[in-house]
Ligand binder design. Structure first.
Ligand code: S3P
Length: 177
């Protein structure tokens, strides 16, 4: 059976580190044939170094500029699922660029579940020294208003399978079409 989806917009997946953006994007790519852009991976490839080194050597501001530059270059893609780094919706310019070319889907998870998912990761500089429920909850609270203001729809991922999350994304987007 041909499951390919052809949507008249791009899907931007946003949310906190570990909320499942990359897993959902990969599933939508494999199961529904939607082209995929992983923003973090693209930036790492283009910079030729991991995110932690970009932060160390060039600073966070340089990384944020790379994110905005990439969003600008991506404006002509279609029917594409874009997995955004967790900080992307924190810049108004980025939100404007995403809204102009797609639907913004916010994935959420509780700090406890995030900690389980990212506890052993070493490539997220903003989590260094913060790998506790309290540390994650604090950063999440600071980001929540911007995330919620950007989102066209929000999906809680705690205790859901990736497949269920993706089916919910598509069902809710298609219901609005
Ligand atoms: C960041 C999230 C990371 C990555 C970078 C900064 C953030 O992406 O872009 O470490 O500011 O939340 P993921 O959300 O894919 O982990």
């Amino acid at each position: 059976m041909d499951n390919r989806k052809k949507l008249p917009f791009n899907i931007y997946l946003i949310g906190f580190m570990g909320c499942g953006k990359s897993s959902a994007a990969s599933y939508l790519n494999k199961k529904y044939g939607m082209p995929l852009i992983e923003m973090d991976e693209t930036i790492v490839e283009e910079a030729g170094m991991p995110i932690s080194r970009i932060f160390e050597e060039q600073g966070e501001a340089a990384f944020r500029k790379m994110e905005t530059d990439l969003l600008k270059r991506m404006q002509s893609v279609e029917n594409t699922v874009i997995s955004c780094g967790g900080g992307v919706p924190m810049r108004e310019e980025n939100v404007r660029l995403m809204k102009e070319s797609g639907k913004i889907v916010l994935l959420t998870a509780s700090p406890e579940v995030i900690l389980e998912r990212v506890g052993s990761s070493s490539h997220r500089p903003l989590l260094e020294g913060r790998k506790t429920v309290e540390g994650i909850a604090e950063l999440m609270d600071a980001r929540r208003p911007a995330y919620e203001a950007a989102a066209d729809l929000t999906i809680m991922t705690d205790h859901k399978k990736n497949k269920e999350v993706c089916e919910e994304i598509l069902a809710r987007l298609e219901a609005e079409m």
